[in-house]
Design a protein around this ligand. Structure first.
Ligand SMILES: Cc1ncc(COP(=O)(O)O)c(C=O)c1O
Length: 464
C-alpha cells in the first residue's frame, strides 16, 4: 500500500481500517476533542488540530484520508517509523504475558532494556533509572546531580528545551519558560555556540567554540564555581534549532565540569537513539557525560518511556544511601518490552547506519542544494536525520522569517504549501526541520525534498 490512490481505491487504510468508517470515526473524535481535550502549549479556543487516522513507515493519513510524508517523526520520536511490525508484536506479546508490576520488582523486560541501553551508552554509564518520559528524566538527573555534589545551582543554555515539568521548564532556554519562570529554580542560563547567529561576534567555528567556552568559564567564576551541581546540555540542541556544537566545544565543557567538580548532564531525549547517525549524539564529540537523559526514540514513541543513564561514581553515591525519588511506572513492562524490540529492530536493520548515510549522502546534500537555489534559506544545518532550515527574509541581514518565539503569515504559508504537497515537517518559529525516521528510504527523502522545493518557492515570495 504505497500511494493515496491505491489506498482510496482499496478503501482500506494501513492497519486494516475501512477508510470511510475511519473518516467518520475521525470526525466524531474531532468534535469530542474540541469539547473535552485540553491540548499542550496552546490557546485552546484557537486550535485547529489535525486528525490522524493511520500511519505506516514514513507516512500517516489525516482525517480526510490524505497521505502525508511524516518528516516530523511526530515529536521527533518515531525513529523506526510508524507501526514497525516487530515492535507492535512485542508490545502485544508483553501485554499477554504481564502488563504491569510495581517498580520494586524485577521484570525481564526492564532488565533487558537496561542492559541494551547500558551497552550502547558511552563510558561508564552503566545503570539506568527509568522514567515516563523526557521531562521527568531531566528532573531526576538534576536531583541526582544535586544530591551527589551537595550543590544546588544548574547551568543551562539559551536556545534549548528540556521539558514541561517545573525544573525541566526552568532549565529550558526558550520562550516556553517565560510564563513558568518564578526565578527560584537555581538555574543560570548562558549563550552556547551558534555561529550563524553568534553571540560572540565570531566568524569561524573555532572562534565561536573558544569564545563560548571562555564566556562560560567567566560566567561560572562570577557565579561561584562551588555553587554549581550540574551543566545540562542537549548534545545537539533539537527544538531550538539543531545547532551542531562546533569542534572542541563539548570537550571544553567536559574540561570545565572536571575543573570545578560539576556534573555534566547530556540531554539526549531528542538527539539520541540513532537520530544523528550514531546511537547517541554525544558520540560525535568523543565526550563521556556523567549523566545522560533519554526518551522518545528509545521506544520510537510507541509506549511512553524515558530514563537517566548513570555513571559509576554517581551510582555509588546511592549504593548505601537511598535515592529519594521514584515512579509507579519506572521500567513499566509494556514500555521496556517496547524499548527492547525497538533497539533490536534498529540494530538488526542497520537503522543508525542508514541515518548516517542519509544525512551524508542524500538529505544533507539535498537540503544544501535547496539552500543554494532559494533566497529564503539562510542556513542548513544538521546530522543524520536531524536537519533544520533557518528561513530568513534576507540572506545578508539574516532577519528570521518569523520572530523568535512567534509565527508569521510567511511561515504559515510555507507550512500550508508543505501540507498541500503531502509533507508534514516539524516547525518552530522561523525554522523547518526535516527529521524523518532513521529508516527513511532514499526515494522518500527525494519526495520530501521535491515538496520542500515547492514550499520554499512560497517562502521566497516573502524575501527582499
Ligand atoms: C531535549 C529534550 N529534553 C526533554 C524533553 C522533554 O521530553 P518529554 O516531552 O518526553 O517530557 C524534550 C521534548 O521534546 C526534548 O527535546
Amino acid at each position: 500500500m504505497s500511494s493515496t490512490t491505491e489506498i482510496t481505491e482499496a478503501h482500506i487504510l494501513p492497519g486494516g481500517q475501512d477508510l470511510d468508517a475511519a473518516m467518520a470515526e475521525g470526525r466524531h473524535a474531532h468534535d469530542v476533542d474540541r469539547q473535552h481535550v485540553f491540548h499542550s502549549w496552546s490557546a485552546q479556543a484557537q486550535l485547529k488540530p489535525m486528525t490522524v487516522l493511520a500511519a505506516q513507515g514514513s507516512y500517516l493519513w489525516d482525517g480526510e484520508g490524505t497521505r502525508l510524508l511524516d518528516f516530523s517523526s511526530q515529536m521527533v520520536n518515531t525513529n523506526i517509523g510508524h507501526q514497525h511490525p516487530k515492535v507492535v508484536a512485542a508490545i502485544a506479546e508483553q501485554a499477554a504475558k504481564l502488563c504491569t508490576v510495581a517498580p520494586a520488582h524485577i521484570n525481564p523486560a526492564r532488565s533487558e532494556a537496561a542492559r541494551l541501553i547500558a551497552e550502547r551508552t558511552p563510558g561508564d554509564l552503566n545503570k539506568v533509572f527509568f522514567t515516563n518520559g523526557g521531562a521527568d528524566a531531566v528532573e531526576h538527573a538534576v536531583r541526582m546531580a544535586r544530591l551527589h555534589t551537595g550543590r544546588y545551582k544548574v547551568l543551562s543554555r539559551y536556545r534549548s528545551y528540556h521539558g514541561g515539568t517545573d525544573t525541566a521548564v526552568n532549565l529550558t532556554g526558550d520562550p516556553r519558560r517565560w510564563p513558568n519562570d518564578y526565578g527560584n529554580s537555581g538555574v543560570v542560563h548562558f549563550n552556547g555556540p551558534f555561529l550563524y547567529r553568534s553571540s560572540f561576534n565570531a566568524e569561524t567555528e573555532e572562534q565561536e567554540s573558544q569564545r563560548a567556552l571562555d564566556y562560560l568559564d567567566r560566567l561560572i567564576q562570577m557565579e561561584g564555581p562551588m555553587s554549581f551541581a550540574a551543566i545540562i546540555l542537549e548534545s545537539v540542541p533539537g527544538t531550538a534549532g539543531i545547532m551542531v556544537p562546533p569542534p572542541g566545544y563539548m570537550a571544553g565543557v567536559r574540561e570545565i565540569c572536571d575543573r570545578y567538580g560539576i556534573v555534566f548532564i547530556a540531554d539526549e531525549v531528542m538527539a539520541g537513539f540513532g537520530r544523528t547517525g550514531k546511537w547517541f549524539a554525544i558520540d560525535h564529540f568523543d565526550v563521556v557525560p556523567d549523566l545522560m537523559t533519554f526518551a522518545k526514540g528509545v521506544t520510537s514513541g510507541y509506549v511512553p518511556l524515558g530514563g537517566v543513564a548513570i555513571n559509576d561514581a554517581i551510582a555509588a553515591t546511592f549504593a548505601d544511601r537511598a535515592y529519594p525519588g521514584g515512579l509507579t511506572y519506572s521500567g513499566h513492562p509494556l514500555a521496556t518490552a517496547c524499548a527492547v524490540a525497538t533497539i533490536n529492530a534498529m540494530e538488526d536493520e542497520g537503522m543508525v547506519t542508514n541515518a548516517a548515510r542519509i544525512g551524508e549522502q542524500v538529505l544533507g546534500p539535498g537540503l544544501r542544494d535547496l539552500a543554494s537555489r532559494h533566497p529564503s534559506v539562510g542556513e542548513v544545518r544538521g546530522l543524520g536525520v536531524f536537519w533544520a532550515l533557518d528561513l530568513v527574509k534576507n540572506k545578508q541581514t539574516r532577519e528570521p522569517l518569523a520572530p523568535y518565539g512567534g509565527s508569521s503569515p510567511a511561515m504559515a504559508a510555507v507550512l500550508h504549501e508543505c501540507k498541500a504537497g503531502g509533507l508534514l515537517p516539524f516547525s518552530n518559529f522561523n525554522r523547518i526541520h526535516a527529521v524523518p525516521p532513521c529508516n527513511v528510504t532514499d526515494a522518500e527523502v527525494a519526495e520530501g525534498l521535491r515538496i520542500l522545493d515547492a514550499a520554499l518557492t512560497v517562502a521566497d515570495g516573502y524575501t527582499s
